[in-house]
Write a protein that binds this ligand. Structure first.
Ligand code: BES
Ligand code: MN
Ligand code: ZN
Length: 483
């Protein structure tokens, strides 16, 4: 979807569809001398949340899409729901372009937030993934939306950010949805390399040989069971001042998680193709940052590997040495995400970042704790945790903070090594975060467990693109762009 701005008097717009509130619609119809048509068409319309109605007019303004409840003041969540209903109705119409002019007042929010929220809703609902259907369903015809504003200047940043988020979200969702025989570690590397076409971006990788030299025994313990080699992918974006410390994003990129020798049960195992959604999210957020030209430096690291059982696979009980020097007793090969991430976190610190944020579909326990509505946030710094929760609030991509207290650390005790890779049944998402915390020293760091939010199962199975909206909102703030 392409977004742009427009201004001027509504009745003089030439567009296949104008999206408005009931009152505004009536005013426009009256100005066009089509009030009778409007009155008749809206006779039975319930002007309330989540109702919409298409009114056909004659002339250069062909339709009005009336959005229920849009004349009333809303809170942020109500406005989001209204934007979603409007987006869904709009996308069903057989038109290529439309103008959105929703003047609804929202508590505590300004125009740029409303515009970003509308664009976000349209991007999410317009997304289709039909790449592997021999007869793909016709995609929505809508290709471009103009946002009507009185003050173009203030809104132009919002539109730039909306277009950037649209591109980042689509990348994240495509990577997540791609089947695991296509999206393997090499595929993630090739997709990351595409970001390197931008002049301010460079992409490199550590192959398994290099990782062995660096002593990344934890990553390699996961990757060694697979015939498809793993990669530590590094994307650097220099949008900020030379020498300014970067924000580091780290993503779990397990392109398929069988559990390894601690094999998973077969039910819904196909969903473990989504175990690279953390990687997809950090790449999507990076793409959005690049497209928006955000003024900051970033280093994005993807730990890409496949967790397979084989004659070379790691056994429960194996002890490996991570690149930090810490030894790990691998008691369960299905707790593989933390193994690839600990070496990625160690590597991230070599870039002297100001902040590290890792994103991972790390634990089933996170889904038990929070379900799918919120991503879990863990942080060793309150300011960083608050900033991420605020970004989640701003973008509607909700997150909730979880504890990283020392009390939980003892669950990771090992009789034979420095740390065990599992912490027992209780507080599984917390102990996974505690494991990661041992590999970060002296840097502000946050971990996001997105096992519940990054994809959906069941009849609507698919990648959601989360937490790209949250990350992008955070990055916009960090770079000083309104967002
Ligand atoms: N990728 C899974 C976590 C997961 C499960 C994500 C379901 C999304 C949906 C992870 O690698 C895993 O297997 N975790 C184990 C950890 C356990 C062995 C300590 C889990 O959650 O069962
Ligand atoms: Mn696993
Ligand atoms: Zn996993």
């Amino acid at each position: 979807m392409k977004y742009s701005l427009t201004d001027g008097a509504l009745p003089s717009l030439r567009t296949p569809c104008l999206v408005v509130s009931r009152k505004t619609g009536e005013r426009v119809a009256r100005a066009l001398g089509q009030r009778d048509i409007f009155s008749r068409a809206t006779q039975d319309f319930k002007d309330k949340a989540e109702e919409t109605l298409c009114v056909h007019l004659s002339g250069a303004l062909a339709r009005l899409l009336i959005v229920g409840g849009a004349d009333e003041r809303k809170n942020a969540d109500e406005f989001r729901k209204m934007a979603a209903a409007a987006a869904q109705a709009l996308l069903k119409l057989p038109i290529k372009a439309a103008v959105v002019a929703l003047e609804t007042r929202v508590n505590g929010k300004r125009t740029d937030w409303k515009l970003r929220t509308i664009m976000h809703a349209l991007s999410q609902h317009a997304y289709r993934y039909e790449r592997h259907k021999s007869k793909p369903a016709a995609p929505p015809s809508l290709a471009g939306v103009r946002l009507h504003v009185d003050e173009r200047k203030a809104a132009s940043t919002a539109v730039k950010l909306g277009n950037a988020l649209d591109a980042g979200l689509a990348l994240t969702r495509d990577l997540g949805n791609e089947p695991p025989n296509v999206c393997n570690p090499g595929y993630l590397l090739r997709e990351a390399r595409k970001l390197g076409r931008h002049p301010k971006v460079s992409v490199s990788q550590l192959d398994e040989k290099k990782m062995r030299e660096l002593g990344m025994g934890a990553f390699l313990a996961v990757s060694q069971g697979s015939d498809t080699p793993g990669h530590m992918i590094i994307v650097r974006y220099n949008g900020g001042k030379r020498g300014e410390a970067p924000v580091a994003l780290v993503g779990k990129g397990i392109t398929f998680d069988t559990g390894g020798i601690s094999l998973k049960p077969p039910a819904a195992m196909d969903e473990m193709k989504f175990d690279m959604c953390g990687a997809a999210a950090v790449l999507g957020a990076t793409k959005a940052a690049i497209e928006a030209g955000l003024a900051l430096n970033m280093v994005t690291i993807v730990a890409a590997a496949e967790n397979m059982p084989s004659g070379d696979a790691t056994r429960p009980g194996d002890i490996v040495t991570s690149s930090s020097g810490k030894t790990i007793e691998i008691l369960n090969t299905d707790a593989e995400g933390r193994l690839v991430l600990c070496d990625a976190l160690t590597h991230a610190q070599t870039f002297k970042p100001r902040t590290i944020i890792d994103v991972a579909t790390l634990t089933g326990a996170c889904i038990v704790a929070l379900g799918s509505h919120a991503s879990a946030v863990y942080a060793n710094d309150d300011g960083l945790a608050d900033a991420l929760l605020r970004a989640g609030d701003d973008s509607g991509d909700k997150a909730w903070r979880m504890p990283l207290w020392d009390e939980y650390q003892s669950q990771l005790r090992s009789n034979f090594a420095d740390v065990a890779n599992i912490g027992g049944r209780d507080a599984g998402s917390v102990t996974a975060a505690c494991f990661l915390s041992r590999f970060v020293e002296g840097t502000d760091w946050a971990h996001m467990d997105v096992a519940g939010s990054a994809f959906q199962g069941g009849p609507r199975k698919g990648a959601t693109g989360r937490p790209v909206p949250l990350l992008f909102s955070y990055l916009c703030r960090e770079s000083g762009s309104a967002g």
